[in-house]
Design a protein around this ligand. Sequence first.
Ligand SMILES: [Zn+2]
Length: 419
Amino acid sequence: MNTATHADVSQVRVNGGRLWASLMRLAEIGATPKGGVCRLALTELDRQGRDLVVGWAREAGMTVTVDQIGNVFMRRAGRNNALPPIMTGSHIDTQPTGGKFDGNYGVLAGLEVVRTLNDLGIETEAPIEVAFWTNEEGSRFVPVMMGSGVFANAFSLEHAYAAQDTEGHTVKDELARIGYIGDEVPGQHPVGAYFEAHIEQGPVLEDHGITIGVVEAVLGIRWYDCTVTGMEAHAGPTPMGLRQDALQVATRIMQEVVAVAMDHQPHGRGTVGMVQVHPNSRNVIPGRVKFSMDLRNVSNELLDQMDAEIRAFAAAVAEESGLKVEIEEVSHYPAVPFEAGCVAAVRRATQALGYSHMPCVSGAGHDAVYVARLAPAGMIFVPCKDGISHNEIEDAQPAHLEAGCNVLLHAMLDRAGVV
Ligand SMILES: [Zn+2]
């Protein structure tokens, strides 16, 4: 029975204490002495975590389906069940020295949204679903974001099934062992829109004293190897004017990687993280230097610009020095802009709730990146202490988690429609 009017619905708030209690209960499964969680994908502990969350969903009156890669969809019926569901979710597997919040928050925030709707008897037009995706972390089995990746057809089910851990156990065998191989073909499950709430895993929100990050995009990444070739020679007898010093040329390009990123703010990133100097001897002029370049930005156009500027600089330095400079792209992940309507729904909900907020981007991958290939998607970030995650000391404030969950609730209601 629907007892809430439209005006009432804007006043609805989640139960932050219940959300926190659920997070702490799930964190007991695989709890580490330092206060973190070790619940690797498809282990016995993962099975216990999955069973706990699925049990909670059933208690909340939800129906549960599992697909062939073990992604779990927990559904609260809507008034019009022919409509594709408005979905939220994340993952409950962790790193070996993981925290209580990464992934788990997104799943349990979704469950809290459903519990809140149940408490108040609020019916939505479209069904609401809460998903958890298999092996997001990629710690025990590669590739990362495996369940959502298969769902989005980024790689095949067979490829994922064949992945092995260090002891030779395959994903397929382990899924079967823990009882989470379902019938549904991944990707066949309809999604009307997808929202994912997550701790930021970076320091920006905390640094600005802001409660909610309205995530507009996930940064694209390009990885390169750059090789500068000069001539090895004795550091003593070779005068400065007659050298082909590869390191001196390489360091100019390395500085340019950072300078180009600084010229493409607010989201440009440029990092040289790996340098190999040949022959790496104190009295030999370096003859060859190979270094990595990691460029990130919010759109492929901006990445194209950064790429072009670095290549032009490298060509000019090569010309001027007479040394050979080669740049090879070794990896390429496109930027993922979230759907404008989902981003707007998150922003509207945040404003209506009166939380401080700022637009932000994600520098890390999330299941939402893959789901965004199939459906309109958006993300909600909340601060985490010192920006730290993938660490047992990962921490977040209950008030921030509650705020993010309220934003999730209202963004989902916005998309699902309230009867
Ligand atoms: Zn995560």
